[in-house]
Design a protein around this ligand. Sequence first.
Ligand SMILES: Nc1ncnc2c1ncn2[C@@H]1O[C@H](COP(=O)(O)OP(=O)(O)OP(=O)(O)O)[C@@H](O)[C@H]1O
Length: 321
Amino acid sequence: MIEAVGLTKRYGRTVAVNELSFTVKPGRVTGFLGPNGAGKSTTMRMILGLDRPTAGDVLVDGRHYRDLPRPLRHIGALLDAKWVHPNRTARAHLRWLAKSNNLPRQRVDEVLELVGLGSVAHRNAGAFSLGMAQRLGIAAALLGDPQILLFDEPVNGLDPEGIHWIRQLMKRLAAEGRTVFVSSHLLSEMAQTADELVVIGRGRLIDQSSTARFVERASGTAVRVRSPQLERLRTALASTSGAGVRAEDGALVVTGLTSDQVGEVAAAQGVVLHELSPQRGSLEEAFIRMTSGAVEYHAEESGEHLHLRGARGAEGTEGTR
Ligand SMILES: Nc1ncnc2c1ncn2[C@@H]1O[C@H](COP(=O)(O)OP(=O)(O)OP(=O)(O)O)[C@@H](O)[C@H]1O
């Protein structure tokens, strides 16, 4: 379990994370979603004790990361896949990590097999492709067999096979009862992987809920209905309080009512239905709707120039890293 309470991080005048509170529970994949610069990496670094919060707190299984005796046994993380000594072999890199956390040497070969790097374990990690480096980073995260796993943009730069592999791995880890917290800007990816979402924008919490509820709340649901007595149905629906009705391709699209309610209105009027189908918005739509206004920089077409509008008022400049 990860618990953040009022977590805040300022870099000079930049507020990277702003009074963020959320909980990441075991047994499910929790997606950490937000536009570029929203503060996802900063939050993950604070969870791992790599950055000190300016205010607030974040605990891992009720403790600060720095108080965990052998941290890799509690929490494993993939933050930057290229964080390896370039002249070390994959095996040597993992052995060094294992030693620093008092982990058994044989665990190194186990995790190398687990991530599919067994046959290249003797090769220098510096020469690895991005996909191989991601796998090595995941092997390092799994080394201590931790109950909590953090992955920062794990599918970045991966081919479809690699993406599929990581997706299955995360689901398996969650099914084993582990806490899996994964950031991504690939919304469709999250829709397929995450059970729960923590959504942030400009360092602030926008929403924490199940993926399905987030989409439903953010995009709203509509019900498509077809009938040979369309006009009669339209009149009945339009007079139902809270309903919005519009015609579309010989059908009606109803908002503000569930499909059960639409069916009941039709039955009460003795109207025959040929279709009654709930329409669900995509996660992309929901995300854009929920985070609009929280996007740090908007690309805008202006004449022939594409320029960046800084939400903090600084045109075209990005915060100093
Ligand atoms: N070390 C730093 N010094 C100054 N500003 C920083 C530093 N690290 C991050 N920031 C700023 O804090 C904000 C949040 O950055 P962060 O990298 O956490 O966002 P993110 O959600 O991970 O973004 P992305 O998806 O682009 O990686 C940004 O405005 C960034 O420029």
